[in-house]
Ligand binder design. Structure first.
Ligand code: ZN
Length: 440
């Protein structure tokens, strides 16, 4: 339906007064502006593979094994930021400029009505269709019956295997860990129940076998990848202690007692290496949270991807595929170079939400100029709250990434680095093909 000229201008003006800056956009070099306009609609038609997300209704406790405790939100994540609100307008026709009181209730009611209209897995399939996502990873403690396994692929958490002992010393380090560590204990108990095991196995060899069987069982239940959130609990510097050291510690602490920090690290380092070896055998890519993270005490030094260099460059793990989730940000240049290894991939999820599109465009361009066949798209969609949910974050992540990608490619074309045909090929690889190829 076409509006007449005046009506269209009036409608546009009304929207502008209501939301003067609905969505931020990348600043494109003037020489690339026309190419950007031409590329964007073509990029918008590409169906997306979302390599990292946490799809869930807001009341679903299985959404994450380490839900972030409240910390200071960066500008783009704050409650009064207009961008998620504009996402709600795009998806649900949300007519207000803020989420206060009755306005939030309007959005909650709207989603509830839609959920009734589209029962079971239909609701989130509909959301994916609206946003342009073909397949989404589902980082969750367990899968939900309201997620269609044909569209949502389970990525399961494996950190808890590194924390089988009394975690009280770890939990007392700070307020974040006080939230995280009991959840790790719970997660491990859940894996025990899943295999019908009561308590920790007697010997260290049996414990390693229990881990392997859990990975196998999760794969049978539809799991496509194993996820480490380790940087929320410890540094990503994994040493290579002798297996016997971990076996002795298992004997010492299996039935009780609190290990020292050094002892526990030795044990974790051995378990980490067992898991990545087994994941290679089982063709389960290993996802590693590799960017700064939520909470108040997150260690940016500890998450530096260069901590992982000894592991990623170790020929013993060539059979294992590694995906650096969130692309190592703010060490995204270092991560970009680590992707030279044939079994190392990058995922850009969350970075397109944390950064505004101009800065994200520059990061994408640097990656595209190095190993364009190794970079993959993701949103890190997560239920923010009762009103703003996974739906809006999916929309915002896809929208931000498409505009930044079109801008990065347009600038590369303007700089005579690539052709327009080559640019579209890169776009397909980044948004869909490279990640989809890992799970064939
Ligand atoms: Zn995540």
């Amino acid at each position: 339906m076409r509006l007449t000229g005046y009506a269209a201008i009036a409608a546009a003006l009304a929207l502008l007064t209501l939301h003067p800056f609905a969505q931020s956009r990348p600043l494109v070099a003037p020489a690339a502006a026309a190419t950007y306009q031409r590329l964007l609609p073509q990029i918008e038609r590409i169906k997306v593979f979302d390599h990292h997300a946490h799809p869930a209704f807001p009341d679903d406790p299985d959404v994450d094994a380490a839900p972030p405790p409240p910390g200071k939100a960066p500008l783009r994540f704050r409650d009064d930021n207009p961008e998620p609100i504009a996402a709600a307008r795009a998806l649900f026709g949300f007519p207000f400029a803020d989420l206060k009181g009755a306005h939030a209730k309007w959005l909650i009611d709207k989603k509830a009505a839609l959920k009734k209209e589209k029962p079971g897995p239909q609701y989130f399939n509909y959301i994916l269709d609206r946003v342009g996502i073909e397949t989404s990873a589902a980082n969750r403690v367990a899968m939900a019956d309201y997620l269609d396994p044909a569209r949502f692929k389970w990525v399961f958490f494996v950190d808890s295997f590194m924390f089988p002992f009394d975690n009280s010393a770890l939990a007392s380090r700070n307020g974040d860990e006080a939230v995280y560590m009991p959840l790790q204990t719970k997660m491990l108990q859940r894996y025990e129940q899943q295999l019908g095991v009561t308590g920790l196995p007697r010997g260290f060899d049996e414990y390693l076998a229990f881990i392997s069987r859990s990975l196998e069982d999760n794969k049978k239940r539809g799991g496509i990848a194993a996820k480490f959130e380790a940087s929320y609990f410890r540094s990503l510097a994994f040493d290579d202690p002798p297996r016997q050291a971990a076996a002795s510690l298992y004997e010492k602490y299996r039935a009780g007692g609190v290990p020292t920090m050094d002892e526990y690290k030795t044990f974790q380092d051995v378990i980490f290496r067992h898991i990545i070896t087994e994941a290679g055998r089982l063709h389960l890519p290993v996802h590693i949270h590799s960017s700064s993270g939520g909470g108040e005490y997150f260690s940016v030094r500890g998450v530096n991807v260069l901590n992982l260099e000894n592991v990623l460059h170790d020929p013993r793990y060539l059979q294992t595929t590694f995906v650096l989730i969130h692309g190592g940000y703010p060490f995204d240049r270092e991560a970009g170079l680590l992707a030279a290894m044939k079994n190392v991939y990058l995922d850009s999820s969350a970075v397109e939400l944390l950064l505004y599109p101009t800065e994200f465009k520059d990061m994408l361009r640097r990656w595209l100029e190095m190993y364009p066949e190794k970079i993959t798209f993701g949103t890190d969609a997560f239920p923010f709250g009762d009103a703003l949910g996974v739906e809006e974050v999916y929309w915002l992540g896809v929208h931000s990434s498409r505009t930044a990608l079109a801008a990065a490619l347009a600038e590369m074309i303007a700089a005579h680095e690539i052709t327009e045909a080559g640019a579209l090929q890169f776009a397909h690889m980044y948004l869909h093909d490279t990640a989809a190829g890992l799970y064939k």
